[in-house]
Every structure is written in structure tokens, then in C-alpha cells.
Design a protein around this ligand. Sequence first.
Ligand SMILES: *Cc1c(COP(=O)(O)O)cnc(C)c1O
Length: 457
Amino acid sequence: MTKDLQYWIREGQKMTADRQRRIRRTRDWKFDTIAVHGLYDASTAHKSHSGSVMEPVYLSTAQAYENSAEMEAGLSYQMPTWCYTRIANPSIYFLEETIALLEGYGTDLETSGLATSSGMSAIRTATDPFLMKDDSLPPPNFVASAKIYGGAFQQFRERRFREQGIEVRWVTAPSEIESWAEKIDAGTRFLYGEFPSNPSVDIFDIESVSDLAHSAGVPLIVDATCASPALTRPLAFGADIVIQSATKLIATSGTTIAGLIVSRKGIPSKVGTDEMKADFATWVKLWPFRDNGPALHPMGAILILNDMRTLRLRIKTMSESALKVARWLEEYPEVDRVHYPGLSSYHAHDLARKYMQLADTDENQFGYLMAFEVREQGANQSVNTRKFYDALEMIWRATDLGRVKSVATLNAISTHQQQGEEGRKLASVKPNTVRLSIGLEDPADIIADLERALKII
Ligand SMILES: *Cc1c(COP(=O)(O)O)cnc(C)c1O
């Protein structure tokens, strides 16, 4: 048989059908089973990966083709191929397929995933296409919660607004639907929120905000890094695109910087082709992602995949510890306020109960992240806060979170230093705000370290 273009296209169709079959089978599994296996099964291992039980690391920049017809079929995207590691790579596929299934878990949605070099590049890559030039529309703007990660705030304000002139409309009270609605107009291209936000641990009503976005014909993009798909899956509540900084809880060991984008099939948008709207993450991967180049290293993909297998079990333990620590802090006299969605004093506790539920249980769990304010003598001070912070012994002082190790951060002088007084106010970051990311240590030891350091004040 001559292996001509038609032959390779048929081979490609068989590969696609096989992948669809594995997706259908895998979707019926429970969350942990999907996280452990993804689409990588024994038949795939025997057929294509020398029987390797664990997903292999393909440290290769490119894929070789058997003949010119296969190359032509592959590079014209007429058959599944990986070509070149800036576009795709088998190790990266294992990760993308697993996260796509986990974000769509418990729904009938078809989802696709894309891995990027960092959480920041995932945000950039997922928002770029909606800001494309279109002279038939008013000048573009987007509506974003102001309670977001400092890096995302800077990307929006400095890169999008100052450099590109694209207006960012900040929502200062994301848990109130009106504060989103009043910002939307004919120029709005997408809505953007974080669930829960880093570092102020704020949340919003994903369902109402996605209804609002859809009635304006635009997508809702949600960064759910601080919840993870084991607690909150925004696509199930109507969001169109989810972003994860896989750097955090997903790759809890702290070895790798990476981002993940997952989209549902068929998203609304005022701009772009039908192909883009039909399968956003795949379209991005094949076109702008290829041209812009924010690819992940294959080794990173496997390190992340290995940590991701235990995601649900870890967040359960971390959440249980975090609630104990938050309750303890709330009672402590030197602590003014604790922001943790699991506390009944939390301003949107009902919303948190609606959206934060451990997969495959009916338990509410509220994650590993909290923020608290240390009592100071006057407003805008950080004397006591710094004394406490510098006295921590076991808990790490770093700008990091989601680690297997507990980490505390003073956001006003680190993640939110560059955005100035005004920006910090928008994000509810005060000089005495401490962000605390709870790890897998015994909670008694975490509390003991906090108590000892608070006593120094
Ligand atoms: C850390 C973080 C990011 C950025 O991710 P990187 O992997 O550090 O680039 C984005 N969003 C949230 C909520 C984060 O915590």
C-alpha cells in the first residue's frame, strides 16, 4: 500500500476515534481515578510507549515523519500530530488531556486543555484572542475583578492598558452582581474573575456572572488556581474558560512553573472565527500559541502530572487543617480579621458553600488559602505584622502558595508591592495583611508556630 496523503488522513481518523473512545471510557470514572490515569492506558502504553507504566518524558524537540505525505498531513493539521515541542509534545498531551477531563468532571461538557509555560502566560494566551482588532466594534475593553493575583493585575494594568491602550474596568465588589453589570457595554470583550482570589480570598457568583457574560455575547474566564478542580469547577456553573497556575496546588512539590487553560466546546465571543469559538483551547494551541511560543517543557509536564494524581486527597487534608487554623486565628486577640471562606464570619459564606465542594462527596471544603490582619497600633502600620512574620520558624517566608509546606506572605511588600497604594486598596491588600497557605504538616504544629510568633508582638 502506498502511504500517500489519503492514507495518513485515514490513519489520523483512526487515532482520533481511538482517543474519543478513551475519553468516553475515562469520563465515567471517579475524580481520583481520572487524576491517576488520565487517558494513558495499558493499550496505549503497549502500542506506542514500549509498555511504560508511567507516562514517559519525551525530551525531544521534534517528531520525525515516515515520509513526505505524513509530514504534509501532520503539518496541515489533517491528522493528529505533535510536530515540534513548541506546538505540542506527547508528554504535554498526557497532562492536557487529564486536566481537561478534571475541569469538566461531573458534567456532560466536552472540554479541551492547553499547557503553557506559566500561569501568567496562560492568562495572556487565553485573553489575547478576544482583544483582536475588529473595526466594526467600539474600542475594546474588558471587565475584571480587582481582587486578583498581583501579577494578573499588573498584566492587565501595565501591559494591556498602559502599553496597548485596552481599557480594564475593575470590579471592586465581585460578590455583588451589579458591580459587574454596570461595567459592561458594546466594547466589552470578556469578563474575568478569580475564584477564590489571591490574596484576599474573595469570591463571586460564577453562575450569575456567566449568565451576565453570555447575555452580552462574551465569555467568562475564571482563574480557579486557589480552589483547584477538586473543589470548584467553574465550567460546570457556566464559565467558558478556566485558568490554573499549575505552579501552585496542582504541582504542590514546588518544582515547576506552569499554566493550564481549559475551555468548553462552543463559547460565545464578539470576535474571532467559528473555529475559535467551537474549540477554543485547541484553536489557540494550533495557531496563536504556536506563533507566540509560550510552551511548557515536557519534563515540567510530567512533574505536574505526577503531583496532580493526589490532588483531591491533598486538598481535603489541607482544607481540614486550614479550617482549624482559621478558627484558631479568629479567636486570637492579636489578630483583627481572618478571611477564609469556611468561616461563618466570611462575607460570602453561602456562596462559598455553593461553589466549594470536595469532588465525589457532599462535603464543603474551603481550600488551603487564607488571609488575616495582624492587630496594629494605628492604620497603615505593619510593625507588629513584621515582628510576627520575622519570628515564624517552621512556616516559610516566601511569595509562594499551594505548597506541601506551609508558606506565609506579606503581600503589601511582595506580590502587591508594584501596584502602589491605589492598586493595593482595590485588591484589599493592607500593610498588615498576611497570606497563609496551609501545607500538609500536622495542623497542631502549624498553630504552634503561629502562636509562638504572635506572642513575640
Ligand atoms: C501564581 C498565580 C498566577 C500566576 O501563575 P505563575 O505560574 O506564577 O505564572 C495566576 N493566578 C493566580 C491566582 C496565582 O496564584
